[in-house]
Ligand binder design. Structure first.
Ligand SMILES: NC(=O)c1ccc[n+]([C@@H]2O[C@H](COP(=O)([O-])OP(=O)(O)OC[C@H]3O[C@@H](n4cnc5c(N)ncnc54)[C@H](OP(=O)(O)O)[C@@H]3O)[C@@H](O)[C@H]2O)c1
Length: 270
């Protein structure tokens, strides 16, 4: 869709020029107003992006890493069962609900702690059930198996930006003690928000706190990033390594927040 819109713009308002729009123009603009401003700038002979803004944001990306890449682990007596115990964020989302459905049906996994936003545990459970149903995924509500699956899934109310992810002390100690795998998918998939929004800083802080819990659990940690974190890397081949160069992220706040979070996540293995 983005590429089709870009082609339409190219062939309509820029057909009398030799300007070649980048494939990522729509995606990178983030919203209609930013796209319009970009097109006016280009029509008036300007460059594709305001490079001063990029330099400021690359500085902010480095500052965000510095603010969030120190981890203080906690000593909790670990409890290990035969089966894996998972902490999953973003289970109501598109990717998270598929992951949850897979985990529910795999005997290797004994329990899933889903960290969710909602006013109460029953509301969170309802949101989770709806998210699975909407995608025609069997999970909590599978006929004949509902009880077993319900028991495997624990819904916990979270505030990712708060201390200990907004969990009570007992909940936090309990997930840290039991969990062997952390899968962090929750993020604002919002292409209009700027990097300096409270929302993205909260997400970066949340990632930091999920990592802190995973380190305290001596568990494995999986961060769901995005190719947008490195899609502006000019190399023909992009290796599966954490990028050290902020200009590799596409210019969206979303992409840049993912680049920062990848760098923060790299602290997990250090
Ligand atoms: N979809 C894609 O094409 C794509 C591509 C590359 C990477 N990704 C990454 O994959 C992950 C999942 O994406 P998706 O497509 O499944 O997104 P989605 O459907 O929008 O789901 C996002 C999930 O994150 C949760 N979430 C958002 N903000 C939160 C917050 N402040 N606190 C707690 N939970 C919060 C949402 O919970 P609520 O239900 O409460 O809103 C929802 O469960 C994201 O990290 C995304 O960046 C997605």
């Amino acid at each position: 869709m983005c590429i089709q819109i870009k082609k339409l713009i190219q062939s309509s308002i820029l057909s009398d020029t030799s300007i070649k729009l980048p494939e990522s123009l729509i995606y990178d603009s983030g919203n209609v107003q930013a796209l319009a401003e970009e097109l006016i700038r280009i029509r008036n002979g300007g460059k594709f992006r305001d490079s001063c803004r990029d330099v400021d944001e690359w500085k902010l990306m480095r500052e965000l890493i510095e603010r969030h890449d120190h981890f203080e682990t906690h000593n909790v007596d670990l409890i290990r069962e035969n089966r894996e115990v998972v902490v999953l964020t973003g289970a109501t989302g598109m990717l998270g609900s598929h992951i949850l459905s897979e985990l529910c049906h795999n005997n290797r996994f004994g329990k899933m702690h889903c960290l969710l936003r909602g006013e109460s545990e029953p509301i969170c459970r309802e949101l989770l059930t709806r998210a699975l149903r909407k995608r025609k995924l069997s999970g909590l509500y599978e006929p004949g198996n509902a009880e077993a699956l319900e028991e495997k899934t624990v819904c916990l109310l979270c505030q990712l930006s708060e201390l200990h992810l907004g969990l009570s002390d007992d909940e936090w100690i309990s997930i840290v003690a039991e969990s062997t795998i952390y899968i962090h998918t929750a993020w604002s998939v919002n292409f209009s928000l700027p990097l300096n929004s409270v929302e993205f800083e909260n997400h970066i802080r949340g990632a930091h706190d999920v990592i802190t819990a995973a380190l305290s659990s001596k568990a494995r940690f999986f961060f769901i990033s995005s190719t947008a974190a490195v899609s502006a890397n000019p190399s023909a081949t992009i290796t599966e390594e954490v990028s050290l160069d902020p200009s590799h992220a596409s210019p969206l706040g979303y992409s840049r927040s993912k680049w920062v979070a990848e760098r923060v996540s790299a602290g997990f293995t250090e």
